[in-house]
Design a protein around this ligand. Structure first.
Ligand code: 5GP
Ligand code: MN
Ligand code: MN
Length: 314
């Protein structure tokens, strides 16, 4: 059960050593939330260590403090450390960070599929982003939000609601964004950095776009990241799915990505269908309109399974 906002503050004040983490394949919300809470705890004189068990996309390199995010192998913890898991539904979603978790856990998250595993949890599926929850908490605590925190939180909120275009954008999302801009967040600078594309990336995009496949009378669009395609896109393929989602008439978009001969990573987006339910069939989760899972089958088998499940849910 959710603890109160004041209790979240009390728990954070109570620990001398705090490990901050978020999910693997970190997106804007994971990175922005991690940095913002990291800055604030440091500002409050706490010992906070940020860790993510994955590579971080270069597009986030403009953010202050991004170079302070560590890999699990660089860190030693003990049972006296508090772990704060941000934007993730279960410890497993943090990858190898699980080995560093020896004490209590505080989970701040907005996924509907949350596993309710933590000692203290603050879970708000009605919020568009974990960054929106943090902004709301900081505001409630009357905490000072520095310009660097504001930039990180604005990026977290904006990326998870498609820059205020997705159906998870609420009045509160916009109010929190306004608070962040008043605290020094720079919307223009953030979108410029996130949208900047190298020519290599643009060429990769044109190739990917040519290979979007349509299914189910053009209501479903999919992109398949074979090892050959991954050679020119690189590993950070998270943004391509929006192009499939934007095809006129498409309700559900998916990507399937080769991880290994027996492992396929799946992302799902929709305009009306509950893709959290589809991801849950394969042991994944997320939100009603954006979810993901891993299928331990070869790429093309996994693709067939996903298409069948999508069509079955419509
Ligand atoms: P993405 O497609 O961007 O990887 O993920 C979409 C949403 O679903 C994100 O909010 C992400 O955290 C969540 N998600 C992705 N994969 C999984 C998964 O395997 N398990 C769970 N529980 N959530 C996931
Ligand atoms: Mn996320
Ligand atoms: Mn999120």
């Amino acid at each position: 059960m959710n603890c109160s906002s004041q209790e979240v503050c009390r728990v954070l004040q109570q620990y001398d050593h705090i490990l901050l983490t978020a999910h693997v394949s970190p997106d804007g919300d994971a990175i922005g939330s991690l940095l913002a809470l990291g800055y604030w705890l440091t500002q409050e004189g706490r010992q906070a260590v940020m860790v993510i068990d994955d590579d971080i996309d270069d597009k986030f390199s403009f953010l202050e403090g991004i170079d302070q995010i560590r890999k699990p192998a660089d860190i030693v913890t003990d049972a006296s450390w508090l772990t704060v898991i941000l934007d993730a539904t279960s410890p497993n979603r943090t990858g190898g960070v699980t080995d560093l978790i020896k004490g209590k856990i505080l989970n701040i998250d907005h996924h509907i599929s949350n596993d309710h595993f933590a000692d203290w949890e603050y879970i708000r599926p009605d919020f568009a982003a974990t960054g929106e929850i943090l902004t709301d908490l900081f505001t409630g605590w009357k905490a000072s939000i520095s310009p660097a925190m504001a930039d990180a939180l604005y990026m977290a909120v904006a990326t998870d609601c498609g820059f205020f275009k997705f159906s998870n954008t609420t009045g509160n999302t916009l109010r929190m964004a306004a608070v962040l801009v008043d605290c020094g967040a720079r919307p223009n600078c953030i979108s410029e950095h996130l949208e900047a594309q190298s020519m290599v990336k643009l060429h990769a995009l044109s190739e990917v776009l040519r290979h979007i496949e349509l299914f189910d009378d053009k209501h479903v669009a999919g992109i398949t990241f074979t090892p050959e395609v991954l050679k020119y896109t690189g590993e950070h393929t998270g943004s391509y799915i929006d192009y499939a989602r934007n095809v006129k008439g498409v309700d559900v978009a998916f990507t399937v990505k080769y991880i290994s001969a027996q492992e396929t990573r799946v992302s799902l987006r929709s305009k009306t269908v509950d893709v959290n339910a589809i991801a849950a069939v394969f042991g994944g989760g997320g939100h009603v309109r954006a979810a993901g899972c891993t299928i331990y089958e070869p790429l093309l088998t996994a693709k067939k399974m996903v298409v069948k499940e999508i069509i079955g849910h419509k």
